[in-house]
Design a protein around this ligand. Structure first.
Ligand code: SF4
Length: 71
């Protein structure tokens, strides 16, 4: 199990995560990325996953490093 965390207020809307990892990421109407099916705790949007899959690539590609993975 792993936790994928997006510090959404830092997102600059570059679209990299949604391009690399569309299973988990999509662009929202406000121009920021949305972590699908996430729950919101303060500024953090969080999902728990069995396997991180492409979220690692999304985190590495994020120019502002607002995607974190805790395994
Ligand atoms: S890669 Fe980072 S900055 Fe770019 S849209 Fe995704 S979360 Fe936002």
């Amino acid at each position: 199990m792993a936790k994928v965390i997006q510090e959404r207020n830092l997102c600059v809307g570059c679209g990299a995560c949604a391009a690399i990892c569309p299973k988990y990421w999509e662009m929202g109407g406000d121009g920021k990325a949305h972590l699908k099916e996430s729950t919101v705790t303060g500024e953090n949007h969080i999902i728990i996953v069995e396997n991180v899959e492409c979220n690692t690539d999304a985190a590495n590609a994020c120019p502002v490093k607002c995607i974190k993975i805790e395994e």
